[in-house]
Design a binder for this molecule. Structure first.
Ligand code: HPA
Length: 279
């Protein structure tokens, strides 16, 4: 096991060296873009595009709406590296593979990670198309990406999650949203593995637990980022109301469609934060 872990750390260094050699400058902000939300990567200036399959030891994403490439360059005047398409547990990826890119970002020099996802609205005050700033999360994926020998090079065995979504970053986001006149909800994201959507009974239970939105991603990456000292700013786009909230079926098409419709607003918000904030 230890050997395997040492190997993974070496793989991360190898992947980071491969990517770094192709970039004109080290990225300071990392981005992971959710289902149907990859459009902002097209706005990156002087982009260097690297398909995941070309990066040593990188797993490839197969989920709909996920392009599967790293795009690096300048956005809002800041050096960024963006995962256009993420890896999900429901695709069969191991947690170690899902968090591998976070460690590569850390080695590249990333200090802040911006994450977006599509989520189902649990809070009945939400509407389809709302943006939610993630204030905290509940991990119901039934596992944790840090299980196994600790990789001391990256962080401590017992990683504090009290400030995973720092208040100062959230304030920056709220101020940017105010400047643009974009309404921004704030709440707790609950992660499940999927791929089946939840049952209405599960959603009622999650509401009792304090969740405002539910999705199938983000939490593994946030845990890995916290572990290695990367601060996180995360947004959910409420692409549908969660199961049982409305008397209708949930479909993947709806998730992609709302992403396409409302993704531009999220893009504008992220651009404003990058151009104005201290990320
Ligand atoms: N549940 C889980 N994941 C999701 C949902 C949902 O309702 N919508 C978008 N991603």
């Amino acid at each position: 096991m230890d050997k395997c872990n040492d190997l993974r750390a070496a793989w991360a260094r190898e992947a980071a060296a491969y990517v770094a050699a192709r970039l004109p400058e080290p990225p300071r902000t990392g981005m992971i873009l959710g289902s149907g939300l990859g459009g902002i990567a097209e706005r990156i200036e002087s982009p260097t595009v690297i398909p995941y399959r070309e990066i040593p030891h990188f797993a490839c994403s197969t989920a709909p709406g996920h392009a599967g490439r790293l795009v690096a360059g300048r956005l809002g005047g800041r050096p960024v590296v963006c995962m256009q398409g993420r890896l999900h547990r429901y695709e069969g990826h191991e947690m170690a593979d899902i968090i591998f890119p976070i460690r590569v970002m850390k080695l590249l020099g990333v200090q802040t990670l911006i994450v977006t996802n599509a989520a189902g609205g649990i809070n009945t005050g939400f509407q389809v198309g709302d943006l939610m700033l993630i204030a905290d999360h509940i991990n119901l994926m039934g596992t944790n990406p840090l299980i196994g020998p600790n990789e001391e090079d990256f962080g401590p065995r017992f990683c504090d999650m009290s400030y995973a979504y720092p208040a100062a970053l959230r304030k920056t986001a709220r101020e940017a949203a105010d400047r643009l006149g974009i309404p921004l909800q704030e709440g707790v994201y609950l992660a499940v593995t999927g791929p089946s959507f939840e049952t209405p009974a599960e959603i009622r239970a999650f509401r009792t637990l304090g969740a405002d939105a539910v999705g199938m991603s983000t939490v593994p990456e946030v845990i890995a980022a916290s572990h290695c000292g990367i601060q996180v700013l995360a947004f959910s786009l409420i692409t549908n109301m969660a199961a049982g909230v409305l008397d209708q079926k949930l479909t993947e098409e709806e998730v992609i469609e709302i992403g396409a419709q409302k993704g531009a607003q999220l893009q504008a918000l992220i651009l404003e934060i990058l151009a104005h904030g201290e990320l």
